[in-house]
Design a protein around this ligand. Structure first.
Ligand code: F6R
Length: 242
């Protein structure tokens, strides 16, 4: 493990299989240390972690999950919704006592407040994050205030392009989402950010070595005191590590 000047812990792994195992070990340790609320992410990055959790004997039946985000306009049972993703990758096989995900069909005025109340009632012990090629965390795109709480966000063209692989065509990708805000993410006691692949290398370099600026949402993590980055060789390729 490497510790950067800014206090970020970095674990380099060979590939996403090993990354899933390392992230799983951290989740297991958190569980053993009494973690109750797990902040979870969707997308391709956490898939190997969720497989490790599914295949394990860990019991989450009295734990809670609070997800980062959901597309606006997709019903929970839509095949591409994040509700469906979480059911298929984790919740159907590994039940939690409570699972919370923003409702993509809810009223846009009231849903952010409702979700903030969920987060306030269930302070997150461990937050899993992926990262966008543009350094977004959750769906907090570049320029989002570090003081943000849950809000409706407009997805950038980069994000739409990156996520179109899950849809029939680009025009089917929702343009808006509800996302937990940066302030809420930063309130998690422990954060584990996972990144794989060359296309994340620049975002990771900026996260670790760049200026802390709202232009690079993930750079805020330099201000948190318990962040572990799990990176494969390609994602770590722009960092100078031992
Ligand atoms: C997903 C999320 C996003 C993704 C990011 C990376 O809940 O909040 O920030 O983590 O877009 O996506 P993948 O893992 O598909 O590269």
């Amino acid at each position: 493990m490497n510790l950067t000047d800014k206090g970020l812990k970095i674990i380099k792994v060979a590939d996403k299989q090993e990354g899933g195992k390392k992230a799983f070990e951290l989740i297991k340790e958190a569980l053993e240390n009494g973690a109750e609320v797990f902040g979870l992410a969707t997308g391709s990055t956490p898939e190997t972690l969720y497989k490790e959790i599914r295949d394990s004997s860990l019991d989450f039946s009295d734990k809670k999950a609070v997800n980062l985000d959901e597309y606006i306009g997709l019903a929970p049972d839509h095949p591409q919704s994040y509700h469906t993703f979480m059911k298929e990758h984790l919740f159907d096989m590994k039940p939690f006592k409570e699972t919370h995900i923003p409702n993509g069909l809810a009223d846009e005025e009231t849903e952010p407040n409702r979700y903030d109340e969920v987060i306030e009632k269930n302070p997150i012990d461990v937050q899993i994050l992926g990262i966008g090629t543009n350094a977004h965390i959750g769906f907090n795109e570049p320029g989002t205030s570090f003081e943000s709480t849950t809000q409706k966000v407009a997805l950038t063209q980069d994000t739409i392009e990156a996520n179109k692989r899950y849809f029939d065509s680009e025009k089917d990708v929702p343009r808006y989402a509800f996302s937990m805000g940066i302030k809420s993410i930063m309130s998690a006691k422990k954060i584990i950010l996972i990144a794989y692949g060359e296309n994340k290398a620049k975002a990771i370099e900026d996260t670790v070595n760049g200026a802390v600026t709202e232009a690079v949402p993930s750079s805020v993590l330099q201000q948190h005191d318990d962040v572990t980055l799990i990176l494969d060789e390609a994602a770590a390729s722009k960092l100078e590590l031992n």
